[in-house]
Design a protein around this ligand. Structure first.
Ligand code: ADP
Length: 451
C-alpha cells in the first residue's frame, strides 16, 4: 500500500470494481480498499440479474423495449419517489453498460423478469448462474488484467477534505493507522442493511427482521461522507425482501428468478394470497399479513431447471421435495387437497395467460406439472437500503446547499434516491455498473481538470 494514489476506491463490490476498471482504462491508477477479508460485498449475493432496456440481447429474444417503459415501471415501483435526474440517466445508460460488460468478455445473454417489471429486461449469464458471484469474479479478472491493486482488511475510517475538496483518507489495517494522500475518492462502500445501529436510528420498526446482507454492510461510507458535509437522502427507505429462507442461522435470499420463472407462493393452507410478481414492497406486506408463519414457494422441475441457484438452496437443505404435489404438501406440512387444487387452478391460469385471482401477468410461461415438486419456506427480511448519500447524475457527492464536495464521487448502494421507496429486482446490479462506470469517468475528468 503506497501513501499516495490519484484515486482511492472504497469498497470491492460491483460498484467499486466497475469504477476502478473504468478509471484505470482511462489512464488513472486507482487502488481499491476493502475492509472485509472477502472481496465482493453484497454484490456477491445478488441473484436475479441486471436490468436494461433497448439492448441487443433483448432483440435477440424478440423483445422490443423502451427506455421510457423502463423509466416508468421503475418510477411506479418506487412509489414515484425516485430521484428523476438519476433515474433518467440510469434507464438511458443500461444498454451501454450491457455492451461494456460484453466488451470485457462478461456476457449476459439470457433474460428473466422480476417483480414490478412488465417485460423481460433482467439480463443474466446463459449458464443461469446467480449474477452476483459471476459478475464479481469476472470483474476481478479484469481488475487483475489491468493490475489494479485490491487490498482487503483495510477499513477506511475518515475522509480528509480541505475547503470542500478531497485531500486524502485515513484507514486502519492490522490495527495500524494509514494515511493516504489522494485528490479523488469513489465511495462504493454499499448500504447499511447489516447495521443494527443505523436501522434503529432510521427505522426502529424493522428491528424484528433478520437481514440478507453481508456483515460488512454497515453504512460506513454514509457516515464518512456525512462528516464532511454530504447530504443524506431517503435514509428511512429500507427494503424488506419477501422471499428469504430463515429457518437456518443464515438468512438466505431466495432469488426472484424462482418466481420470475414461474413459482407461486402459498400460505399454510396451501392457497395463493398475492400476485407473486408484484413489487417487493407489496409481496412482503402480503406475507406479513398472514398468520406469522411465513409462506412457501412452490415449483416444479421445469422451473428449477431455469434457476441454477436452486441447486445451491437444495444443497444446503432449504428445499423440500415431493414426487407428487400431494407428497410435497405432506413433506412440507401444507394442506394437500388445497395445494393440489391451487396448483391445478394455477396451471389453468398459465394456459389462458390470465390470473383471474390475483392479476399476475408476468412469469407465467411455465406451468407446474413436471415432477418432482419443490417447496421453500420463506418470510420477509431486511434486504436493501434505498437511502444514502445524495449525488447528481455525474455521481458527485452533494452537500445540503446543492454544491458538491470536490473530488468525492459515490456509486452503488451507498447512494440514495434512485430507487424511491422500493428497489426493483435487477436494478441494483444495473445501478452499480451504470453508475460505477460514470464514477470512474467523472473522477478521471475531475483529475484531468485539476491537473
Ligand atoms: P455495491 O453493490 O454498491 O457495490 P457492495 O455491498 O457489493 O456494494 O460492496 C461494498 C463493499 O464495501 C463491501 O465489500 C464492504 O465490505 C466494503 N466497505 C464498507 N465499508 C468500508 C470501509 N469503511 N472501508 C473499506 N471497505 C468498506
Amino acid at each position: 500500500l503506497k501513501d499516495n494514489y490519484d484515486l482511492v476506491v472504497i469498497g470491492s463490490g460491483g460498484a467499486g470494481l466497475t469504477s476502478a476498471i473504468q478509471a484505470r482504462e482511462l489512464g488513472l491508477h486507482p487502488v481499491i480498499l476493502e475492509k472485509m477479508d472477502k472481496i465482493g460485498g453484497n454484490t456477491t449475493r445478488a441473484s436475479s440479474g441486471m436490468n436494461a432496456a433497448e439492448t441487443t440481447v433483448q432483440l435477440d429474444h424478440q423483445i422490443v423495449d423502451s427506455f421510457q417503459d423502463f423509466y416508468q415501471e421503475t418510477y411506479n415501483g418506487g412509489g414515484k419517489l425516485n430521484n428523476v435526474e438519476l433515474l433518467k440517466y440510469f434507464t438511458e445508460h443500461g444498454a451501454l453498460a450491457i455492451d461494456w460488460l460484453a466488451q470485457h468478455g462478461i456476457k449476459l445473454d439470457d433474460l428473466t423478469i422480476t417483480g414490478g417489471m412488465k417485460v423481460m429486461r433482467t439480463h443474466r449469464p446463459s449458464s443461469l448462474a446467480p449474477i452476483g458471484g459471476f459478475l464479481v469474479s469476472e470483474l476481478l479478472k479484469q481488475a487483475d488484467r489491468l493490475n489494479i491493486p485490491v487490498f482487503t482488511g483495510v477499513k477506511v475510517i475518515k475522509l480528509e477534505a480541505d475547503d470542500d475538496q478531497i485531500t486524502g483518507i485515513q484507514a486502519v489495517a492490522n490495527q495500524h493507522e494509514i494515511n493516504i494522500k489522494t485528490s479523488a475518492v469513489i465511495l462504493a462502500s454499499g448500504g447499511f442493511g447489516a447495521s443494527a445501529e443505523l436501522l434503529k436510528k432510521y427505522r426502529p420498526d424493522l428491528a424484528k427482521y433478520k437481514t440478507t446482507n453481508q456483515p460488512g454492510a454497515t453504512g460506513d461510507g454514509i457516515a464518512l461522507a456525512e462528516k464532511i458535509g454530504a447530504k443524506l437522502v431517503d435514509m428511512d427507505q429500507v427494503q424488506i425482501h419477501p422471499t428469504v429462507q430463515q429457518d437456518t442461522d443464515h438468512a438466505y435470499l431466495i432469488g426472484e428468478a424462482v418466481r420470475g420463472e414461474g413459482a407461486i407462493l402459498v400460505n399454510r393452507d396451501g392457497k395463493r394470497f398475492v400476485n407473486e410478481l408484484d413489487t417487493r414492497k407489496k409481496v412482503s406486506g402480503a406475507i406479513d399479513d398472514l398468520d406469522g408463519t411465513g409462506a412457501w414457494l412452490i415449483f416444479d422441475q421445469g422451473i428449477r431447471d431455469r434457476v441454477k441457484a436452486v441447486e445451491f438452496y437444495d444443497h444446503i437443505g432449504l428445499v423440500k421435495t415431493g414426487a407428487s404435489v400431494a407428497a410435497l404438501a405432506e413433506s412440507t406440512g401444507l394442506n394437500a387437497d388445497n395445494l393440489k387444487q391451487t396448483v391445478e387452478k394455477w396451471n389453468g391460469f398459465v394456459e389462458k395467460h390470465n390470473d383471474s385471482e390475483f392479476g399476475r401477468a408476468t412469469g407465467m410461461d411455465r406451468n407446474i406439472v413436471k415432477g418432482p415438486f419443490f417447496s421453500i419456506h420463506i418470510a420477509p427480511a431486511v434486504h436493501y437500503t434505498m437511502g444514502g448519500v445524495g449525488v447528481n447524475k455525474e455521481t458527485q457527492v452533494l452537500k445540503d446547499d446543492g454544491t458538491t464536495i470536490k473530488g468525492l464521487f459515490a456509486a452503488g448502494e451507498v447512494v440514495g434516491g434512485l430507487h424511491g421507496n422500493n428497489r426493483i429486482g435487477g436494478n441494483s446490479i444495473a445501478e452499480i455498473v451504470v453508475f460505477g462506470r460514470q464514477a470512474g469517468q467523472q473522477a478521471f475528468k475531475y483529475l484531468k481538470q485539476t491537473d
